[in-house]
Structures are given as C-alpha cells and as structure tokens.
Design a protein around this ligand. Structure first.
Ligand code: AMP
Length: 306
C-alpha cells in the first residue's frame, strides 16, 4: 500500500467506477481497492454520454440489485448509483476531451465515446474526490486518457491500473459477453488467441510492430464469424504509433462477433532483460456473468430505483 493517510484526513478512499453488470474483472478492481483503502466506493452509472450507439445503450445489461450484492461480498462500503438527471441536472455544456489520445483505435470507431467517458470520469473524481481510483488495463486507451486528464486538470486522485481478467479459455471478461451464442463465443476466442500469439512472438524477439499487428489481424480475419475492425500497437502514454517495439506499449484489437463488438489487448513492458508481455489473468472457474440472465435485468438505474 503506497499511502496510509487520505489527502482529506483518515484512511484513503478508493473509487471503482463501473457501468454495472459486474463480473470478476470489476470484482478484481474492488478487491484491489479493498486491500489499499480504508473506504471503498463503487459507482454504477450507465453513462448515456459515452454511448455513441443508441441501441447499444438501450440493451446494455443492467442489474443493480445483483451488483450491490457482489459489491457487498467484495467488501465495498458504498455504492453510488445516480439517476441520469442526478448526474446531469442540466444539459451538459462542459465536456472533457483528450483529442490526441482519442485519435486512433476506438476513437474513430466510436465518435464521442471518449469525451463522454472522460467527462463522466472527471465528474466522478471531482465529485467524490477519492484518493485512489481503479481502472482495468482491458480498456487500455481509456486508461491512457484518464491518466492524461488527471495530469492536465491537476486532479489529485492516484490512478491505479489493474490487469485484464480473462475467462477460463482466455476470452477477456466483458459484460457484453452474455450476448454471445456458444458458437460466437468460440469464434471470439480468435481475439485472445491472436493476442497471445503476438505476446509469444514479442517475447521471442519480434520487434517489428507491423509484423505483430499483422499476426493478430490474420488470426482474427481467418476466423469464421469474426469481423475485425483494427489491430494496432500504440505507446502506453500517448497512444502514439511506433515502428519498433522499444517502449512500453500495448497492442489492441477490436472485432464484431455476432451482435457484440469486442475489444482486447496485451501490454508490453520494456525491461532490462527484454520485453515482458502482460497477458492478463485467466479465471479458474466459469464467470459469475453467466449465472444471471441479462434479459431479466430491467431498465436503468432510474428504473431499478423506482
Ligand atoms: P465497465 O463497467 O465495463 O465500464 O468497466 C468498469 C471498469 O472495469 C473499467 O475500469 C474497466 O477497464 C474494468 N474492466 C472491465 N472489464 C475488465 C476485465 N476483463 N479485466 C479487468 N478490468 C476490467
């Protein structure tokens, strides 16, 4: 634990922002916060501002009751689940955007997504004033943007990155995985398998970024039912292009599989002894995601509360 005292007195307050419909990826963030903080707050807010696709917002899986239960089991002290008009009492005029880091990868595919995300994260950090806030490396570009806005806006919260949690067979955990049929789930493994192949190649000495991108792209492109959108490497700090794998970076992919758009990545750290790939952490048993039918989830936070 880096700090024992909060900026505001007492023990540190840790925040884990989520869109809800929790899985073990979220729980791992809650557990890390529980280890390091005296008070743990989880926010659940399906932020309309960051959904560029109205249908995706409409059908995003929700179940606040179950989220609260899982949060309680993980030792969370407070769940902050505001209604949309509590979060945005007036039409939003002030937005946060980090254009340079939003230029590539998810940016062009999801117009408005990152400024919506950056705006709500800034509001959560400014409003709840946590000492530490926990985010998954699964959303690598998002994490880079959040780190940058924290620096640019002089926000005092320490941003804590945590590894990607994967299902037993390697598929990165995502709330949207519940919408995959068994055949689509099998096809979706092309993403993680492709990324693991690049991790092996990089650790084996491959430094040509284009070759690594081509490797994962070809594994996704060759999989029936997988429609790849991009396979790109970027520097960790600036999400900038690079030719040679000689800096801390990540290789991110996105693909459509059936009704779902999936993203995943591996991180590469340059150490004294060469490249070390962070492949994420696989679960040892099936995810809690599948113990709940998302169809039974009703409405949004507003509806769940009424
Ligand atoms: P979401 O509810 O999907 O917006 O995610 C909330 C937080 O959980 C974000 O910081 C995500 O990066 C993180 N997260 C989502 N999926 C995973 C995962 N599979 N492993 C680790 N963190 C994750």
């Amino acid at each position: 634990m880096e700090e024992t005292r909060s900026l505001y007195g007492g023990t540190p307050v840790g925040l884990v922002p989520t869109l809800g419909f929790l899985h073990e990826g979220h729980v791992a963030l809650l557990e890390a916060a529980r280890e390091e903080c005296g008070t743990v707050v989880m926010s659940v807010f399906v932020n309309p501002l960051q959904f560029n696709d109205a249908a995706d917002l409409e059908r995003y899986p929700r179940n606040l009751e179950r989220d609260v239960e899982l949060a309680r089991e993980a030792g969370v002290d407070m769940v902050f689940a505001p209604a949309t008009d509590q979060m945005y009492p007036l039409p939003v005029e002030t937005v946060v955007s980090v254009p340079l880091l939003s230029e590539r990868m998810e940016g062009p595919h999801r117009p408005g997504h990152f400024s919506g995300m950056a705006t709500v994260v800034t509001k959560l950090l400014a409003g709840l004033r946590p000492d530490r806030a926990y985010f998954g490396k699964k959303d690598a570009q998002q994490l880079a943007i959040i780190r940058r806005l924290g620096i640019d806006l002089s926000l005092p919260t320490v941003i804590v990155p945590r590894p990607t949690i994967r299902e037993v067979d390697g598929l990165a955990l995502s709330s949207r995985n519940v919408f995959l049929s068994p055949a689509q789930r099998e096809a979706a493994l092309a993403l993680s398998r492709g990324l693991m192949a690049t991790a092996d190649a990089a650790e084996g000495g491959e430094r040509d970024v284009r070759a690594l991108e081509r490797l994962v792209w070809s594994m996704m492109d060759g999989a029936p039912g997988v429609d790849p959108e991009y396979a790109e490497m970027a520097t960790l700090r600036d999400v900038a292009e690079l030719e040679h794998l000689d800096r801390d970076s990540f290789l991110a992919v996105a693909a459509r599989v059936g009704p779902v758009r999936l993203i995943d990545n591996v991180h590469f750290e340059v150490g004294r002894d060469g490249i070390v790939a962070d492949r994420g952490i696989p679960l040892e048993r099936p995810s809690v995601l599948y113990s709940q039918d998302p169809q039974s989830a009703e409405g949004d936070n507003d509806a769940a509360r009424s």
